[in-house]
Ligand binder design. Structure first.
Ligand code: UDP
Length: 336
């Protein structure tokens, strides 16, 4: 069936970083999209995500009315609180938003007869994994309330799918990065805690300096290694997972890692931003080595071979230059 003949795809959290890029790409592919977001962190201007229902997930009246009125056929569920550090300080809010919010969504879907869901999960479910690279079979050992809340939702999804009441795919992202300046979209967090935006803001003179959290890790240059994946590649993976559900190519529950399998250190990221900054004639910036940030594992790299084979997903934008170049352009040219 052509995508434009379908009923709507509901994107919860569709004004957030990954949600807004996925909603945009869905529309590009001809899917009718309805964004459901409470706009609590100002990630994306509302005008970019029309049509929008501005409400909380636990507002089941609004949620079910949206599902009925827009003939929703499937849901991509991003809406969640996502800051590891904040989750340690405010765990109840994290369980409320992430677990209670997801339960409310699942109950509403059940009442409305909807049985197709793509869930935004995270590598944080693995915690300090004993695997390198990390496959999906690595046990869950989250090290923060954020990670626990996402692991809890995955468990709920698996149990619910086992009853036959739902077909769901969870996508566990490693480090989401990059931007789509050509779509007018990028990463806006308040406050910003992520490495790439922070370094770019320093290069643009919006921050005094960059901090390296820990230079004594057992890694080649002593700084933490992560698997950075471009948000456009993440958006594509959600559409592939959705299409497999819509076409009946997948029933029950399953989960995929999304990453490149390539590890990059904090210093490599800083150097790539510095190069881009010098290329653009922006300023150089100070880098200060500080103590380790609590709870940061030395190395987190995905084994994403399952997503490549089962979803036929292949990252096209996740080389370091494209990630940094796109994020830089977004901050330099599109961020007020
Ligand atoms: N990091 C850093 N300085 C910063 C912010 C982050 O050295 O100002 C490091 C952090 O310790 C981690 C990596 O950069 O090893 C990526 O951190 P980020 O918060 O972007 O993502 P996370 O890996 O925590 O999901």
């Amino acid at each position: 069936m052509p995508a434009s003949d379908r009923s709507s795809i509901l994107v919860t959290g569709g004004a957030g970083f990954i949600g807004s890029h996925t909603a945009y790409l869905l529309r590009e592919r001809g899917y009718p999209v309805l964004v459901y977001d409470r706009l609590s962190n100002g990630a994306c201007p509302a005008a970019l995500v029309e049509p929008l229902v501005r409400a909380d997930l636990t507002d089941t009246q609004a949620l079910e009315a949206a599902m009925r009125e827009h003939k929703v056929e499937a849901v991509i569920h991003f809406a969640a609180s996502i800051e590891v550090g904040e989750s340690v300080r405010a765990p109840l809010a994290y369980y409320q938003n992430n677990v209670a919010g997801s339960l409310a969504l699942l109950a509403a879907m059940h009442r409305q007869g909807l049985d197709k869901l793509v869930f935004s999960s995270t590598a944080a479910v693995y915690g300090n994994a004993a695997f390198d690279p990390i496959p999906e079979r690595a046990p869950f050992a989250p090290s923060s309330p954020y990670g626990h809340s996402k692991a809890a939702v995955e468990q709920i999804l698996a149990d619910h799918c086992a009853t036959g009441g739902l077909n769901a795919t969870a996508l566990r992202y490693f480090n989401a990065a990059g931007a789509a300046p050509d779509w007018g979209l990028g990463e806006r967090h308040q406050p910003e805690t992520h490495l790439i935006p922070l370094v770019i803001q320093a290069a643009l003179g919006q921050r005094e300096q960059v901090s390296i959290y820990g230079s004594d890790y057992p890694t080649p240059d002593g700084t933490c290694v992560r698997d950075y994946i471009h948000v456009k590649d993440l958006a594509e993976a959600h559409i592939l997972a959705l299409e497999m559900l819509l076409d009946g190519g997948h029933r029950g529950y399953r989960a995929f890692n999304l990453g490149t399998g390539q590890g990059l250190s904090v210093r490599q990221i800083i150097e790539a931003v510095r190069e881009e900054s010098l290329r653009r004639g922006d300023r150089d910036f100070l880098v200060e080595e500080q103590a380790r940030r609590q709870g940061d594992p030395a190395r987190l790299v995905a084994d994403a071979s399952a997503a490549r084979s089962a979803l036929t997903w292949h990252p096209h934008f996740s080389d370091l230059q494209t990630i940094v170049g796109d994020a830089y352009r977004f901050f330099a040219e599109l961020t007020p």
